[in-house]
Design a protein around this ligand. Structure first.
Ligand SMILES: NC(=O)c1ccc[n+]([C@@H]2O[C@H](COP(=O)([O-])OP(=O)(O)OC[C@H]3O[C@@H](n4cnc5c(N)ncnc54)[C@H](O)[C@@H]3O)[C@@H](O)[C@H]2O)c1
Length: 415
């Protein structure tokens, strides 16, 4: 059994490692030469995969940039990015390019699985015709399925093995092949009736989070007006053992999935003259949150008789979530940009993100940064920071993550 993984990113590399750890030969294809060279030299570019883990695979994972290497695989799993275009439409460029390249080396008997998050219909309407340019027919000459990735970077309590895997095949035989593939590395594989059902299930999971985060973000904005501590309210509601699920407000939504996926579904819905207002409203509410955070920084400075213009503002954490270095769609970038536009002298400290080239900023040493700033804003609550020390070292602290709830200080403002 030999498995090909196309795209060695946050999704593809852990998946490749999971197959290799289970004893299978894996070829990981990536268009980024540095990632290919890094993996082959035992250097991981993903926080969740240690260099030592790559080193322990006994040569069963080999990275490559040669499409031809996929020809000898029994199964090929596609894990390439599915971002948005500038006008917030699905951008399937990476997917279509990788499918075209795969069609040139596809051979009878192979299984192809798409894992990239996308709108319902992508596997059948977009991927299948391209793969069939090979002259082979899906469902007859090769098998085709969709299986959404559920990885949550930084999470250790659920792994590729212990998280149930959804599978939707083009035909029952396609589904059975995909089921057998994932049974090699997952304890539970759940079969769905079609790729479309599997594609939409993944969007539902992410949109469920987006909608609930929008709800608590809106509540945080209301609590600000009412003078009520939103964290106290959420803690209180969370004591209910049934019928309530805890979500926390923050500086806005980031990452490759939550801010992006609702637009994928909205795009498909529009094709059917349907406008998912509820879902789009959640996206809008979450998009206003960084501006609300900038206003909170502005107000906090104003209370100290300082304007944003010319103030030294330190952002603590710029990645989209704690414990990872991914800045895609991170609300911290919007907050930084807005503050810079207002004349703020913005710096940041993030142990996971050495530089943000689009802002022309590099992470500063924390001890040095704390002396001399007018205000520090906790945007991403990375582990290992001593927030008590930060609150005592800086004239003003604004906390958008609720990590200072146990600290009581005059110079501290919470979302
Ligand atoms: N990151 C997550 O937490 C997460 C979770 C679930 C699902 N997903 C979905 O999985 C997909 C991949 O996301 P990711 O976070 O792993 O992205 P990523 O950017 O970390 O990795 C994608 C990789 O694909 C490579 N690539 C792009 N085009 C290629 C091509 N034509 N051939 C070979 N390699 C190519 C890139 O160089 C990159 O290394 C997306 O659809 C995403 O929505 C991501």
């Amino acid at each position: 059994m030999k498995i090909g993984i196309v795209g060695l990113g946050y999704v593809g590399l852990p998946l490749a490692v999971a197959f290799a750890e289970s004893g299978y030969d894996v070829v990981g294809l990536d268009s980024d030469r540095r990632k290919v060279d890094g993996v082959n030299a035992g250097r991981s570019h993903i926080e969740d995969i240690a260099d030592a883990t790559l080193g322990s695979l006994g040569g069963r994972l080999r990275a490559s940039s040669e499409q031809a290497d996929l020809a000898s695989c029994d199964a090929v799993v596609i894990c390439v990015p599915t971002p948005l275009t500038g006008s917030r439409e699905p951008d399937l460029t990476y997917l279509l390019e990788s499918a075209t390249a795969l069609s040139r080396v596809l051979r009878p008997g192979q299984l192809v699985v798409l894992e990239s998050t996308t709108y319902p219909g992508t596997t059948r309407e977009r991927l299948q015709p391209i793969l069939e340019e090979s002259g082979l027919a899906a469902g007859r000459d090769f098998h085709l399925a969709f299986s959404p990735e559920r990885i949550d970077p930084g999470r250790t309590d659920y792994t590729v093995r212990t998280t149930p895997k959804l599978v939707g095949g083009l035909t029952p035989a396609c589904a059975a092949r995909a089921h057998d593939l994932y049974s090699l590395i997952c304890e539970q594989v759940v079969l769905l009736s079609s790729p479309e059902a599997a594609e939409l299930s993944k969007l539902l999971e992410n949109i469920f989070r987006s909608v609930n985060i929008a709800l608590v973000n809106e509540l945080a904005q209301l609590c600000d007006r009412l003078g009520i501590d939103v964290w106290e309210v959420i803690d209180a509601a969370s004591t209910k053992p049934f019928g309530f699920m805890r979500f926390e407000p923050g500086p806005g939504m980031g990452g490759h999935c939550l801010p992006v996926d609702p637009f994928y579904l909205a795009f498909k819905a529009r094709e059917h003259d349907f406008y998912p207002e509820f879902i789009e409203l959640a996206g809008k509410v979450n998009q206003t949150q960084p501006s609300f955070c900038v206003e909170r920084i502005d107000r906090a400075l104003n209370g100290a008789r300082k304007p944003v213009n010319g103030s030294q503002i330190l952002l603590l954490g710029v990645s989209y979530k704690a414990g990872v270095g991914d800045v895609r769609e991170s609300p911290a970038l919007t907050i930084a940009r807005q503050l810079i536009d207002l004349g703020g002298e913005v710096s940041y400290h993030d142990p996971y993100v050495p530089a943000v080239p689009e802002l022309g900023l590099e992470s500063v040493d924390l001890d040095e940064a704390l002396s001399g700033v007018d205000i520090a804003a906790i945007v991403t609550a990375h582990p290992g920071l001593d927030y008590e020390e930060i609150v005592s070292a800086v004239p003003l602290v604004v906390d958008f993550r609720g990590v200072t709830r146990k600290i009581s200080a005059q110079n501290l403002v919470r979302l």
